[in-house]
Design a protein around this ligand. Structure first.
Ligand SMILES: [Zn+2]
Length: 427
């Protein structure tokens, strides 16, 4: 193995161990329990009279509800096992630049990296620059405290690290699940096309499924886990089979945008001490990285021939998910219910944020789209953005009263979303 690559791997591991230590949490075990054994243990815990049933019984409550929770968890576990490519997950973990990563995250990152680095002819203006960094970017996870990723230059080495907060994948997984459940994907495609071509303001509720009570329930569960316990949302939530394709599309394209943004920083050499032009502000760097990200998302769509108005769906979905979380945080901090539009109007940057206010990023990306796309297709992309925001607002209306009630007299946990120690040179 290339000795410099090995050194970059050690640097990454040192960063991870100190970040986990700093937060007082254990890193993912470097030698994880084989998946087959994990699955067997989960099945054992969920069987009649098993650990989960006993814990639920200790918590008390309606026996019918408890039976329902147990049944749901069993269905979800079966779905999760069926959807897991065991050999690929374990191979990705073995090949990862650091063993301190959850194996399923290693597989997601491996395939994301391949997607970006193999764009080739689909991204003619980026090909040369991508070729320069191919093999020089290591992807892994680091508890940064943000629903995001950061890029870092490995000290004194020609390598860059792109590091996602491990919770990123769980949050997007859960949000994409209830978003896809709430939206009739086929109807939304038609409505986006119609709006694109007519410009007549659409009734966004037409494509929402009002009847699925689990949309609100799953959103509520994710936010409770996140704000009151500081943990990722429960993974064992049953999926709606018909929505899974749409959910997968949302979470994969959202992840693609975030990784493309970080590659933008790398291609612009922002993590290098002398990389960026002097006097370029942090916010300008972020917008420059977002514009490169848009080019990468576009090129990826070209390479898989996805419809142009759908290519930025994941980008908008990700930014709205960040706004939804910010709106809930503000609601819990101030005791006053707030909507996404309030966040867009008044979201002030916090000193610890690595990325500028989400609403500004939204504006920069929409500006890029407006300049790049013909008007009808541009309006199509804006249909999805408006739909995601409208849905976020409807969910906020449903969950805020209960969240506020639960938060009364309770201190929010110092979860992953709080301030974080800064890493040298991160962007
Ligand atoms: Zn950035």
């Amino acid at each position: 193995m290339d000795p410099e690559l090995q050194k970059a791997g050690s640097y990454l591991q040192t960063l991870q161990l100190s970040a986990y230590r700093g937060r007082g949490i254990d890193p993912p075990p470097p030698n994880p329990v084989p998946l087959a054994q994990q699955f067997a243990e989960s099945r054992e815990a969920l069987k009649d009279g098993g650990a989960v049933e006993r814990t639920l019984a200790e918590e008390g409550g309606d026996p019918l509800v408890r039976a329902r929770i147990l049944a749901d968890m069993r269905v979800a576990l079966d779905q999760y096992i069926a959807a897991t490519a065991v050999a690929a997950v374990e191979a990705a973990h073995a090949a990862a630049p650091s063993p301190y990563i959850e194996p399923r995250h290693a597989l997601i990152l491996q395939s994301m990296r391949q997607r970006v680095e193999s764009l080739g002819r689909a991204a003619p203006d980026l090909t040369g620059r991508l070729a320069e960094v191919t093999g020089r970017v290591l992807l892994s996870t680091l508890p940064t405290g943000e629903l995001n990723a950061v890029s870092v230059r490995a000290r004194d080495l020609p390598f860059y690290l792109i590091l996602f907060d491990p919770i990123f994948f769980d949050i997007l997984d859960s949000f994409s699940e209830f978003y896809a459940r709430a939206i009739d994907g086929e109807a939304a495609l038609k409505a986006a096309y119609e709006y694109g071509h007519s410009g007549v303001d659409p009734d966004l509720t037409r494509v929402m499924r009002g009847e699925d009570r689990l949309v609100v329930g799953n959103c509520m569960m994710a936010l409770q886990a996140f704000f009151f316990r500081g943990v990722p949302p429960q993974r064992y939530v049953p999926r709606r089979a018909q929505s899974e394709q749409f959910a997968t599309f949302l979470r994969e394209t959202a992840g693609l945008f975030v990784i493309a943004h970080e590659y933008g920083h790398v291609l612009l050499r922002h993590p290098d001490p002398q990389g960026a032009p002097p006097n370029q502000s942090r916010v300008d760097k972020e917008f420059a990285a977002d514009r490169i990200a848009c080019g990468i998302v576009m090129a990826y769509g070209e390479s898989v021939r996805s419809p142009r108005d759908m290519r930025f769906m994941g980008t908008h979905f990700f930014l709205v998910a960040v706004l939804l979380i910010a709106a809930v945080r503000r609601t819990l901090e101030t005791g006053v219910a707030c909507r996404i539009a309030d966040m867009i109007a008044t979201q002030a940057p916090r000193p610890e944020d690595t990325h500028p206010a989400t609403s500004l990023r939204l504006a920069v990306i929409n500006h890029w789209l407006e300049q790049t796309y013909p008007p009808a297709l541009y309006r199509g992309t804006q249909y999805y953005a408006a739909l995601f925001i409208e849905l976020a607002d409807r969910l906020l209306l449903c969950v805020q009263p209960a969240l506020l009630k639960q938060a009364a007299g309770r201190k929010l946990v110092a979860g992953w979303y709080e301030t974080r120690p800064r890493i040298e040179q991160d962007v």
